[in-house]
Every structure is written in structure tokens, then in C-alpha cells.
Design a protein around this ligand. Sequence first.
Ligand code: FES
Length: 154
Amino acid sequence: MSDVTTSGATSRRVLLASAGAVGAGALLAACGSEAPATTPTDGATSPGAAGATGAAAGAGTVLGKAADIPVGGGVIFKEQGVVVTQPTAGQFVGFSAICTHQACPVSQVEAGKIKCQCHFSEFSITDGSVLQPPAPRALDKKEIKVEDGEIKLA
Ligand code: FES
């Protein structure tokens, strides 16, 4: 999932670079006979796209589809720093994706456990409790809700 984020950021950069090129071209064209029709559109699109993918994940932020969270497992939403698990069918639970040991992001949900590969702490997908130290305490809870099949921050 971070790959998507990275490529999205790259695409944005490419788009901005392209917009610059188009803008330069438009300026040259403006000296001619045609008015630049693309500049206002580019300006309106870029800030909207940046806002939609901003790093701050507040209430109402859509994390993903409920159908993509495996029963007995979970999904790590790295960009938002949230792990969503589904311990039993239809029961969704949210946790911070930051390990309580030394703040590494957890990296895997497997066999009913949320795992941190930094020092191999493991947490329960049900309540975030520590199953294997060195983590000193449970993962922090994140309030989530399911609306129209989507998992959102509450
Ligand atoms: S930071 Fe997660 S186990 Fe150390």
C-alpha cells in the first residue's frame, strides 16, 4: 500500500512538472492567437488531489473497504497509522499502528497477531494486548466505524 502512496506522490510531481511545462507553453501560446484554456483547470485540480491524500487522518477518513479486512486477520493502513482487524466476522477493531516498545510501525498481521518486526513484539488482533514482549503495553485503540461497507475513522 505504501507503493501506491509513493507512486501517487511521484505522479503528482510529474503532473506538477508537466503543468509547469504546459504553463510555459501556454504563456508562449498566449503571445500568439489562442488563449490558454488549461491553466485554470490545472490549478483547480492539484490542490484538491493533495488535500484528498493528505497525511493528517481525521474523523471520517476512509481507510478501506470492510470486505478487504480478513476474518481472523487485519490490514495495516500505513499512511494513516492504523491497523484494522476483524477478530470475528462483522467485528471490526482499530488500533494505532505504532508499536508501544520503541515506536516502530507494526509491519504484519498474521495468525491472529499484529507483529512488529523491529524487536518482534506481538499483539492480539482482538484487543491489542501484548502477546509477546518487549512491548510494555497494548496498542492504543483507534475509534473506527463501518458505513456503507467502508471502514472510516470515527
Ligand atoms: S519497536 Fe516494536 S518491538 Fe521494538
